[in-house]
Design a protein around this ligand. Structure first.
Ligand SMILES: Cc1cc2nc3c(=O)[nH]c(=O)nc-3n(C[C@H](O)[C@H](O)[C@H](O)COP(=O)(O)OP(=O)(O)OC[C@H]3O[C@@H](n4cnc5c(N)ncnc54)[C@H](O)[C@@H]3O)c2cc1C
Length: 473
């Protein structure tokens, strides 16, 4: 299905040449998702150079009934930004200016296509911190992180994108520009449009600029790896670490021994604590305190824990290089798993205190369902968010294993639901989880979500079929 020619003719009249292309080579990278799971189709690509151009595109799409698919850095993992036949991808790659940075205010305003890493660098130059850290930050954009409500490794301290976005500028379905780049910390003037657009995955409007909160820089850090007997022990350590380290606690990442073995085997990582523990917790503190004070706080905590016999071996990084090496273990887990064949993935969250119970139940259920499978659950213990990934059985049939993806997802999601959790902690619903969202979400919430979609996008021109099936509206 191609785009209607009157629509294309009107777009060509309305936009400068640089803002629209039919060049197949330039379009090709805009048709695939980062993980390669989704492949799209498009004959045209819009590359607006200003908010006014975005508004023109939206007005014409609305008039001609053409669907628009917003694209930032295209690092999303649920297929939402991949255009389907008859949809026009709208890339924000040319809208990437840093508009303002105000140290007194602790805020930065950037256009939607500004890569997160560039915004972070600008904050650092001003002696401040944009405290959202994700492995895709070199490509992921401010518009993308707002549209997906991205999280990352420092959520336990600073929250998700929703907690950091102060304001937005966006084009709504009728082509009007909402000038919401407020930098207010307090604004109780009725329904909060910003919070509706954050996490909307491009289904309620096109975000053209984002105001984000900056915080004081944390130039020093202390990183430790702790060996533990169980997720219960990891949770107990986290609880005491929160008390002892307070606001300096930056990250608490749970890793199973199996994952570390994969990182050693496939990525050449060091084995800092050896094989004697089935679970590990990576702890990071960061602050402007003197490095010695920060290190002492971590040492005191771990010494007391060890003396009480509550933790096994522990290693506190003695240099920045050693700290990086410990983080490389954590960041390498997904990559290392790729070398072990097929992997069925879940991006789930349960209440923090429910992590051990959820793990016991879910590990038993998936190993019963797929005998020989090798679970590798890891992630942000401090947020109750686990990447509950399962590698295929050793020497197994990859295709046969992956054919069970949806059945295994259902098993895990049912357990998540019983523990009061979420089937999408970080990555969103996109295409990937539309059916599971419809199956498991609270009916009252689903009805309200459908009503919001109908009200803000009456002609269903923004990312149709993502989050909510088009025929459910
Ligand atoms: C290696 C890797 C690590 C990752 N780690 C994390 C992590 O730790 N935490 C996490 O939360 N996510 C993570 N992600 C997922 C992803 O990086 C984030 O979701 C990111 O926020 C997407 O930004 P993007 O600019 O690439 O958006 P895209 O992928 O281009 O788009 C994602 C969604 O946002 C919409 N969108 C994009 N721009 C706009 C806009 N201007 N207006 C309206 N809608 C828009 C798209 O239509 C789509 O629905 C990771 C991804 C990768 C590849």
């Amino acid at each position: 299905m191609t785009l209607p020619s009157p629509f294309i003719a009107a777009l060509r009249d309305a936009l400068p040449d640089a803002s629209l292309t039919a060049d197949a080579e330039r379009i090709a990278p805009h048709l695939i998702e980062w993980r390669g799971r989704y492949r799209g189709q498009a004959d045209w690509l819009a590359l607006p150079g200003s908010t006014e151009e975005v508004a023109r595109i939206v007005r014409l799409a609305s008039a001609h009934g053409v669907a628009l698919v917003a694209q930032g850095g295209r690092t999303g993992l649920v297929g939402a930004g991949v255009p389907r036949a008859g949809e026009l991808p709208v890339s924000f790659a040319r809208l990437r200016r840093l508009r303002a940075l105000d140290p007194a205010d602790g805020s930065l305003i950037g256009e939607a296509g500004l890569p997160l890493a560039q915004a972070q660098a600008a904050a650092n130059e001003a002696g401040l911190l944009l405290p959202l850290t994700i492995a895709s930050e070199g490509s992921a954009t401010l518009g993308g992180i707002a549209a997906t409500n991205a999280g990352g490794v420092h959520v336990l301290r600073y929250g998700m994108a929703r907690d950091l976005v102060l304001g937005l500028e966006a084009v709504l379905a009728d082509g009007r520009v909402w000038h919401g780049l407020s930098r207010l910390r307090k604004d109780n003037t009725g329904y909060d449009l910003k919070h509706l657009l954050v996490g909307s995955e491009g289904t309620l409007g096109l975000i053209t600029a984002v105001a984000v909160k900056l915080v004081p820089a944390t130039p020093h850090r202390s990183v430790a790896l702790v060996g533990l007997d169980s997720p219960e022990a990891a949770l107990a350590l986290l609880t005491r670490a929160r008390g002892a380290l307070g606001d300096t606690l930056n990250a608490a990442e749970l890793m199973p021994r199996f994952g570390i073995e994969l990182a050693i085997r496939h990525l050449g990582a060091d084995d800092p604590l050896g094989p004697s523990h089935p679970w590990f917790l990576l702890l990071e503190t960061a602050s402007g305190w003197a490095p010695a004070r920060l290190a002492a706080a971590m040492e005191d905590l771990l010494a007391a824990e060890m003396e009480a016999g509550r933790i096994g071996a522990a290693l506190i990084a003695q240099s920045e290089a050693q700290a990086e090496a410990l983080w490389a273990l954590r960041h390498g887990l997904s990559e290392a798993q790729k070398h072990e064949g097929g992997s069925i993935k879940h991006d789930i969250a349960v209440p923090v205190g429910a992590v051990p119970g959820f793990l016991t139940e879910a590990l038993a259920a998936v190993t019963a369902q797929v005998p020989g499978c090798r679970p590798c659950p890891f992630g942000h213990l401090g947020d109750g968010n686990l990447h509950f990934n399962i590698s295929e059985p050793e020497g197994g049939d990859r295709d046969a294993f992956l054919a069970q993806w949806e059945a295994v997802n259902r098993t895990v999601h049912d357990i998540v639901a019983r523990w009061g959790g979420s089937i999408s902690a970080e990555h969103g619903i996109g295409w990937m989880k539309v059916a599971e969202h419809a199956r498991l979400a609270d009916p009252a919430k689903l009805a309200a979500q459908r009503a919001i979609k109908r009200a803000l996008d009456p002609h269903n021109i923004f990312n149709p079929g993502r989050i909510l099936a088009a025929d459910s509206l």
